[in-house]
Design a protein around this ligand. Structure first.
Ligand code: NDP
Length: 234
């Protein structure tokens, strides 16, 4: 079955890998991108997810291209790492706006399509930092933990209409987002994994694909770790 899939932040990193995996199985994929060039071979719409009007326009473009949205992957995110005592308020706010509020905005825009169709899949990209905490990431962990509470509550609201809502919680994945992580920090984090390595974007993408599949029909409100074993017990 080919579905209409909408992925925010789909021009690079985990979002792009996820888009490629869905497209490879025949889904009709719309990715949003904010800066840079749209990715080759995918239907792409420019959209800053912190702007509700832009999100609406992007969703409308996806609908006119591929019909009502059936799968949402809310993936766009940023970090502004800093110890709390030195953190500017704006760095806290912008991370909450981008990571948490954009999830709310996109879900509000797209979930009505799913309720109407009585079928849908929503996946929020959260983080192991939300569960385990991480120094320098009070803003980021708060935003991602917020997404978990939001997603779990949404799951309870929409389950009767056969719409599932799940959270994917990656550990350290090789993308631009982690290129500034110091060697010492990287060694510390990877030393706590069972696989002693960072993950690849495609290793997250395949988990998202499963959660969006028909086979995952009884999985909702889950937090699925893709961490190589980091944070076991959370
Ligand atoms: P990247 O930095 O590689 O990609 C981030 C994506 O989000 C880009 O497409 C970026 O667009 C987009 N984005 C950021 N802000 C906005 C905005 N305001 N409007 C629209 N798009 C925006 O990061 P990753 O691929 O690593 O991260 C993807 C998700 O996975 C994020 O939510 C991140 O928090 C999460 N994650 C990543 C981990 C990792 O180790 N990499 C670990 C745990 C979670 P643009 O190109 O324009 O900047």
């Amino acid at each position: 079955m080919s579905r209409s899939v909408f992925i925010t932040g789909g021009n690079r990193g985990i979002g792009l890998a996820t888009a490629r995996v869905f497209a490879a199985q025949g889904d009709k994929v719309t990715v949003t991108y904010r800066s840079g060039e749209p990715p080759e071979g995918l239907f792409a719409v420019r959209c800053d997810v912190t702007d509700p009007a832009a999100v609406r326009r992007a969703a409308d473009e996806a609908r006119s291209q591929f019909g009502p949205i059936q799968v949402l992957v809310s993936n766009a995110g940023i970090t502004r790492d800093q110890l709390l005592v030195g953190m500017e308020d704006d760095d806290f706010r912008s991370v909450i706006e981008t990571n948490l509020m954009s999830g709310v905005t996109v879900a509000k825009e797209v979930v009505p399509d799913m309720l109407k169709a009585r079928w849908g899949r929503v996946v929020f990209m959260t983080s192991m930092s939300a569960l385990a905490g991480a120094p320098g990431q009070t803003n980021y962990a708060a935003s991602k933990a917020g997404l978990i509470g939001f997603g779990r509550s949404l799951a309870r609201e929409v389950g009767k209409r056969n719409v599932t809502v799940n959270m994917v919680s990656p550990g350290l994945i090789e993308t631009d987002m982690v290129k500034d992580v110091t060697d010492a920090r990287r060694e510390h984090v990877l030393g706590q994994t069972s696989l002693f390595r960072a993950g690849r974007p495609d290793e997250v993408a395949h988990v998202v694909r499963f959660l969006a599949s028909e086979e995952a029909s009884y999985v909702t409100a889950g937090i699925i770790p893709v961490t190589g074993g980091l944070g076991v017990g959370h």
